[in-house]
Design a protein. Structure first.
Length: 344
Protein backbone atom coordinates (compact mmCIF):
# COMPACT_ATOMS: atom_id res chain seq x y z
CA UNK A 1 0.00 0.00 0.00
CA UNK A 2 1.28 3.48 -0.86
CA UNK A 3 0.85 5.02 2.60
CA UNK A 4 2.73 2.23 4.36
CA UNK A 5 5.61 2.59 1.94
CA UNK A 6 5.80 6.36 2.55
CA UNK A 7 5.93 5.77 6.31
CA UNK A 8 8.82 3.35 5.86
CA UNK A 9 10.68 5.74 3.55
CA UNK A 10 10.37 8.70 5.98
CA UNK A 11 11.42 6.48 8.91
CA UNK A 12 14.48 5.29 6.97
CA UNK A 13 15.40 8.83 5.95
CA UNK A 14 15.02 10.00 9.54
CA UNK A 15 17.28 7.27 10.89
CA UNK A 16 19.96 7.89 8.24
CA UNK A 17 19.93 11.70 8.66
CA UNK A 18 23.40 12.68 9.89
CA UNK A 19 23.46 15.47 12.48
CA UNK A 20 26.83 16.76 13.70
CA UNK A 21 26.46 20.55 13.64
CA UNK A 22 23.84 23.04 14.87
CA UNK A 23 23.02 23.84 11.24
CA UNK A 24 22.27 20.17 10.45
CA UNK A 25 20.20 19.92 13.64
CA UNK A 26 18.07 22.84 12.51
CA UNK A 27 17.64 21.27 9.08
CA UNK A 28 16.44 18.02 10.74
CA UNK A 29 13.94 19.96 12.87
CA UNK A 30 12.50 21.83 9.89
CA UNK A 31 12.16 18.70 7.73
CA UNK A 32 10.63 16.35 10.30
CA UNK A 33 9.20 18.54 13.10
CA UNK A 34 8.66 22.01 11.63
CA UNK A 35 5.34 23.66 10.81
CA UNK A 36 5.52 22.27 7.25
CA UNK A 37 7.20 18.92 8.02
CA UNK A 38 6.89 15.92 5.74
CA UNK A 39 4.95 13.85 8.29
CA UNK A 40 1.95 16.17 8.19
CA UNK A 41 1.12 15.06 4.65
CA UNK A 42 0.64 11.49 5.83
CA UNK A 43 -2.38 12.51 7.92
CA UNK A 44 -4.04 13.83 4.76
CA UNK A 45 -3.57 10.44 3.04
CA UNK A 46 -5.44 8.65 5.84
CA UNK A 47 -8.60 9.70 4.01
CA UNK A 48 -7.78 7.17 1.28
CA UNK A 49 -7.32 4.27 3.71
CA UNK A 50 -10.25 1.90 4.37
CA UNK A 51 -12.06 2.66 7.62
CA UNK A 52 -11.01 -0.59 9.28
CA UNK A 53 -7.31 0.28 8.73
CA UNK A 54 -7.37 3.99 9.67
CA UNK A 55 -6.69 3.34 13.36
CA UNK A 56 -3.69 1.12 12.57
CA UNK A 57 -2.10 3.59 10.16
CA UNK A 58 -2.90 6.53 12.44
CA UNK A 59 -0.93 4.84 15.21
CA UNK A 60 1.99 4.24 12.83
CA UNK A 61 2.09 7.93 11.83
CA UNK A 62 1.98 9.01 15.49
CA UNK A 63 4.80 6.60 16.29
CA UNK A 64 6.82 8.06 13.40
CA UNK A 65 6.31 11.56 14.77
CA UNK A 66 7.40 10.51 18.26
CA UNK A 67 10.44 8.78 16.75
CA UNK A 68 11.47 12.09 15.18
CA UNK A 69 11.03 14.00 18.43
CA UNK A 70 13.13 11.46 20.36
CA UNK A 71 15.93 11.61 17.81
CA UNK A 72 15.88 15.40 17.77
CA UNK A 73 16.29 15.64 21.55
CA UNK A 74 19.04 12.98 21.49
CA UNK A 75 21.13 14.56 18.76
CA UNK A 76 20.47 18.03 20.22
CA UNK A 77 22.21 17.07 23.47
CA UNK A 78 25.02 15.38 21.55
CA UNK A 79 25.60 18.39 19.31
CA UNK A 80 25.53 20.71 22.34
CA UNK A 81 28.08 18.60 24.20
CA UNK A 82 30.34 18.41 21.17
CA UNK A 83 30.09 22.13 20.57
CA UNK A 84 30.91 22.92 24.19
CA UNK A 85 33.85 20.58 24.09
CA UNK A 86 35.33 22.20 21.00
CA UNK A 87 34.75 25.81 22.11
CA UNK A 88 35.44 25.80 25.80
CA UNK A 89 35.02 29.21 27.37
CA UNK A 90 36.57 29.88 30.73
CA UNK A 91 34.10 31.70 32.96
CA UNK A 92 35.39 33.48 36.03
CA UNK A 93 32.51 33.10 38.46
CA UNK A 94 34.18 35.46 40.94
CA UNK A 95 34.30 38.32 38.46
CA UNK A 96 31.95 41.21 39.35
CA UNK A 97 28.97 41.64 37.06
CA UNK A 98 28.79 44.56 34.68
CA UNK A 99 27.39 47.66 36.28
CA UNK A 100 23.75 48.25 35.42
CA UNK A 101 22.62 51.72 34.46
CA UNK A 102 20.27 52.90 37.22
CA UNK A 103 18.03 55.91 36.82
CA UNK A 104 17.90 58.79 39.26
CA UNK A 105 15.21 60.97 40.75
CA UNK A 106 14.61 64.26 39.01
CA UNK A 107 16.13 67.17 40.97
CA UNK A 108 12.72 68.82 41.26
CA UNK A 109 11.32 65.63 42.77
CA UNK A 110 14.25 65.40 45.19
CA UNK A 111 13.60 68.93 46.46
CA UNK A 112 9.81 68.47 46.44
CA UNK A 113 10.12 65.39 48.65
CA UNK A 114 12.51 67.21 50.97
CA UNK A 115 10.09 70.14 51.34
CA UNK A 116 7.21 67.76 52.09
CA UNK A 117 9.30 65.92 54.69
CA UNK A 118 10.29 69.16 56.44
CA UNK A 119 6.68 70.32 56.78
CA UNK A 120 5.46 66.85 57.70
CA UNK A 121 7.66 67.04 60.78
CA UNK A 122 5.63 70.00 62.07
CA UNK A 123 2.21 68.54 61.30
CA UNK A 124 1.44 69.60 57.72
CA UNK A 125 -0.27 66.97 55.54
CA UNK A 126 -0.30 66.91 51.72
CA UNK A 127 -3.31 67.94 49.62
CA UNK A 128 -3.70 67.61 45.85
CA UNK A 129 -6.21 68.90 43.32
CA UNK A 130 -6.98 69.14 39.58
CA UNK A 131 -4.68 71.01 37.19
CA UNK A 132 -7.67 72.29 35.19
CA UNK A 133 -9.63 74.68 37.38
CA UNK A 134 -12.77 76.80 37.23
CA UNK A 135 -12.78 80.54 37.85
CA UNK A 136 -14.09 80.21 41.39
CA UNK A 137 -11.28 78.04 42.77
CA UNK A 138 -8.50 79.64 40.74
CA UNK A 139 -9.46 83.30 41.13
CA UNK A 140 -12.74 84.44 42.71
CA UNK A 141 -12.54 82.48 45.98
CA UNK A 142 -9.03 83.87 46.45
CA UNK A 143 -10.23 87.47 46.37
CA UNK A 144 -9.07 88.24 42.82
CA UNK A 145 -11.19 91.15 41.56
CA UNK A 146 -12.53 90.90 38.00
CA UNK A 147 -10.03 93.46 36.69
CA UNK A 148 -6.94 91.75 38.19
CA UNK A 149 -4.09 91.34 35.62
CA UNK A 150 -3.77 87.62 36.37
CA UNK A 151 -7.12 87.11 34.65
CA UNK A 152 -5.70 88.44 31.39
CA UNK A 153 -4.98 86.02 28.55
CA UNK A 154 -1.32 87.04 28.63
CA UNK A 155 -0.88 85.43 32.06
CA UNK A 156 -3.27 82.49 32.05
CA UNK A 157 -3.87 79.54 29.73
CA UNK A 158 -7.66 79.62 29.36
CA UNK A 159 -9.34 76.47 28.10
CA UNK A 160 -12.86 77.87 28.01
CA UNK A 161 -13.99 81.48 28.32
CA UNK A 162 -17.41 82.83 29.12
CA UNK A 163 -19.91 81.76 31.74
CA UNK A 164 -18.16 78.47 32.58
CA UNK A 165 -14.61 79.73 32.48
CA UNK A 166 -11.93 77.02 32.79
CA UNK A 167 -8.14 77.42 32.81
CA UNK A 168 -4.92 75.62 33.64
CA UNK A 169 -4.34 76.51 37.27
CA UNK A 170 -1.92 79.38 37.81
CA UNK A 171 -1.10 78.38 41.40
CA UNK A 172 -1.84 75.56 43.82
CA UNK A 173 -3.82 77.96 46.01
CA UNK A 174 -6.83 76.49 44.23
CA UNK A 175 -6.17 73.27 46.14
CA UNK A 176 -6.26 75.22 49.41
CA UNK A 177 -9.70 76.59 48.50
CA UNK A 178 -10.97 73.03 48.01
CA UNK A 179 -9.46 71.97 51.34
CA UNK A 180 -11.16 74.88 53.15
CA UNK A 181 -14.49 74.07 51.49
CA UNK A 182 -14.37 70.42 52.54
CA UNK A 183 -12.63 70.57 55.92
CA UNK A 184 -13.17 72.23 59.25
CA UNK A 185 -10.39 74.04 61.16
CA UNK A 186 -7.81 73.34 62.38
CA UNK A 187 -6.30 72.96 58.90
CA UNK A 188 -2.60 72.48 58.38
CA UNK A 189 -1.71 71.42 54.84
CA UNK A 190 0.71 71.91 51.94
CA UNK A 191 -0.20 71.63 48.26
CA UNK A 192 2.62 70.62 45.89
CA UNK A 193 1.93 70.50 42.16
CA UNK A 194 2.49 71.76 38.65
CA UNK A 195 1.14 75.16 37.61
CA UNK A 196 0.98 77.07 34.33
CA UNK A 197 1.59 80.67 33.25
CA UNK A 198 1.49 82.10 29.74
CA UNK A 199 5.07 83.37 29.77
CA UNK A 200 7.96 83.34 27.30
CA UNK A 201 10.39 80.48 27.98
CA UNK A 202 13.85 81.63 29.03
CA UNK A 203 16.61 80.77 31.48
CA UNK A 204 14.63 82.53 34.23
CA UNK A 205 11.00 81.72 33.30
CA UNK A 206 8.92 78.88 31.88
CA UNK A 207 5.31 78.32 30.84
CA UNK A 208 4.96 75.59 33.47
CA UNK A 209 6.68 75.15 36.80
CA UNK A 210 6.10 73.60 40.22
CA UNK A 211 4.90 75.11 43.48
CA UNK A 212 4.41 74.14 47.10
CA UNK A 213 1.85 76.23 48.93
CA UNK A 214 1.06 75.96 52.62
CA UNK A 215 -2.01 76.82 54.68
CA UNK A 216 -2.60 76.89 58.42
CA UNK A 217 -5.99 77.89 59.88
CA UNK A 218 -6.93 77.72 63.55
CA UNK A 219 -7.94 79.96 66.41
CA UNK A 220 -5.48 82.70 67.38
CA UNK A 221 -3.01 82.10 64.53
CA UNK A 222 -0.68 85.11 64.29
CA UNK A 223 1.98 86.55 62.02
CA UNK A 224 4.55 85.40 64.57
CA UNK A 225 3.48 81.79 63.91
CA UNK A 226 4.04 82.35 60.20
CA UNK A 227 7.50 83.82 60.75
CA UNK A 228 8.62 80.99 63.01
CA UNK A 229 7.32 78.36 60.57
CA UNK A 230 9.26 79.90 57.69
CA UNK A 231 12.38 80.33 59.84
CA UNK A 232 12.22 76.62 60.69
CA UNK A 233 11.82 75.69 57.02
CA UNK A 234 14.75 77.86 55.88
CA UNK A 235 17.12 76.39 58.45
CA UNK A 236 16.09 72.82 57.65
CA UNK A 237 16.43 73.37 53.90
CA UNK A 238 19.55 75.55 53.69
CA UNK A 239 21.36 75.03 57.00
CA UNK A 240 21.43 76.25 60.59
CA UNK A 241 23.19 79.52 59.71
CA UNK A 242 20.41 80.61 57.36
CA UNK A 243 18.58 83.83 58.23
CA UNK A 244 15.32 85.16 56.78
CA UNK A 245 13.84 88.60 56.31
CA UNK A 246 10.31 89.63 55.40
CA UNK A 247 9.52 92.57 53.12
CA UNK A 248 6.02 94.07 52.79
CA UNK A 249 4.24 93.01 49.61
CA UNK A 250 0.75 92.51 48.16
CA UNK A 251 -1.28 89.42 47.29
CA UNK A 252 -5.07 89.43 46.79
CA UNK A 253 -5.62 86.49 49.15
CA UNK A 254 -3.45 87.57 52.11
CA UNK A 255 -3.38 90.70 54.27
CA UNK A 256 -0.81 91.66 55.45
CA UNK A 257 1.47 90.09 52.84
CA UNK A 258 5.22 89.72 52.60
CA UNK A 259 8.03 88.48 50.39
CA UNK A 260 10.55 86.25 52.17
CA UNK A 261 14.30 86.35 51.51
CA UNK A 262 16.98 84.01 52.84
CA UNK A 263 20.60 84.88 53.41
CA UNK A 264 22.57 83.93 50.31
CA UNK A 265 23.68 80.31 50.49
CA UNK A 266 26.70 80.97 48.29
CA UNK A 267 28.32 83.88 50.11
CA UNK A 268 26.68 83.41 53.54
CA UNK A 269 25.23 86.89 53.31
CA UNK A 270 28.48 88.68 52.52
CA UNK A 271 27.41 89.60 48.96
CA UNK A 272 28.15 88.01 45.57
CA UNK A 273 27.04 88.25 41.94
CA UNK A 274 24.26 85.68 42.51
CA UNK A 275 22.56 87.78 45.20
CA UNK A 276 23.60 90.99 43.41
CA UNK A 277 25.78 91.85 46.40
CA UNK A 278 22.79 92.28 48.69
CA UNK A 279 23.40 89.11 50.69
CA UNK A 280 19.75 88.04 50.25
CA UNK A 281 17.80 85.79 47.86
CA UNK A 282 14.02 85.81 47.44
CA UNK A 283 12.40 82.39 47.92
CA UNK A 284 8.67 82.76 48.59
CA UNK A 285 5.61 84.89 49.27
CA UNK A 286 3.38 84.69 52.33
CA UNK A 287 0.84 86.48 54.51
CA UNK A 288 -2.15 86.17 56.78
CA UNK A 289 -5.19 84.73 55.02
CA UNK A 290 -7.56 87.53 54.05
CA UNK A 291 -10.86 87.31 56.00
CA UNK A 292 -12.74 87.50 52.68
CA UNK A 293 -11.06 84.22 51.59
CA UNK A 294 -12.10 82.52 54.84
CA UNK A 295 -15.68 83.76 54.50
CA UNK A 296 -15.85 82.57 50.86
CA UNK A 297 -15.03 79.07 52.10
CA UNK A 298 -17.67 79.28 54.88
CA UNK A 299 -15.06 79.59 57.64
CA UNK A 300 -15.99 82.22 60.24
CA UNK A 301 -13.26 84.87 60.07
CA UNK A 302 -14.39 86.23 63.45
CA UNK A 303 -13.35 82.96 65.10
CA UNK A 304 -10.53 81.65 62.94
CA UNK A 305 -7.41 83.15 61.39
CA UNK A 306 -4.58 81.66 59.41
CA UNK A 307 -1.51 82.13 57.28
CA UNK A 308 -0.51 80.96 53.82
CA UNK A 309 2.74 80.79 51.89
CA UNK A 310 3.88 79.66 48.48
CA UNK A 311 7.23 78.88 46.89
CA UNK A 312 8.52 77.71 43.51
CA UNK A 313 10.26 74.34 43.66
CA UNK A 314 12.47 75.36 40.72
CA UNK A 315 13.64 78.40 42.71
CA UNK A 316 14.53 76.34 45.79
CA UNK A 317 16.30 73.76 43.60
CA UNK A 318 18.21 76.53 41.85
CA UNK A 319 19.52 77.83 45.17
CA UNK A 320 20.23 74.39 46.60
CA UNK A 321 22.05 72.96 43.57
CA UNK A 322 23.12 76.20 41.82
CA UNK A 323 21.21 75.47 38.61
CA UNK A 324 21.39 78.53 36.40
CA UNK A 325 18.85 77.71 33.66
CA UNK A 326 15.24 76.70 34.32
CA UNK A 327 15.01 75.02 30.92
CA UNK A 328 17.38 72.26 32.07
CA UNK A 329 14.65 70.85 34.33
CA UNK A 330 12.42 69.87 31.39
CA UNK A 331 14.91 68.95 28.63
CA UNK A 332 15.62 65.41 29.97
CA UNK A 333 19.34 65.73 29.26
CA UNK A 334 20.86 62.60 30.80
CA UNK A 335 24.12 64.44 31.47
CA UNK A 336 22.25 66.90 33.67
CA UNK A 337 20.07 64.32 35.43
CA UNK A 338 22.99 61.99 36.23
CA UNK A 339 24.44 64.65 38.51
CA UNK A 340 21.63 64.01 40.99
CA UNK A 341 22.04 60.23 41.43
CA UNK A 342 23.42 60.72 44.92
CA UNK A 343 20.72 63.23 45.86
CA UNK A 344 18.32 60.54 47.09
Amino acid sequence: MGLEKKIEEISSEMNNFQVTTPEELEAFRIKFLGSKNCIKGLYQELKTVPNELKKEFGQKINALKQEGEVKFETVKSQVGAANNGSNKEIIDLSRPAEEMAVGSRHPLMVVRNEIIEIFNRIGFNVSEGPEIEDDWHNFSALNFPPEHPARDMQDTFFIEKGENEMALRTHTSSVQVRVMENSKPPIRTISPGRVYRNEAISARAHCFFHQVEGLYIDKNVSFADLKQTLQYFAKEMFGDKTRIRLRPSYFPFTEPSAEVDVSCTLCNGDGCNVCKYTGWLEILGCGMVDPAVLDAANIDSNIYSGFAFGMGIERITQLKYRVGDLRLYSENDIRFLNQFKSAY
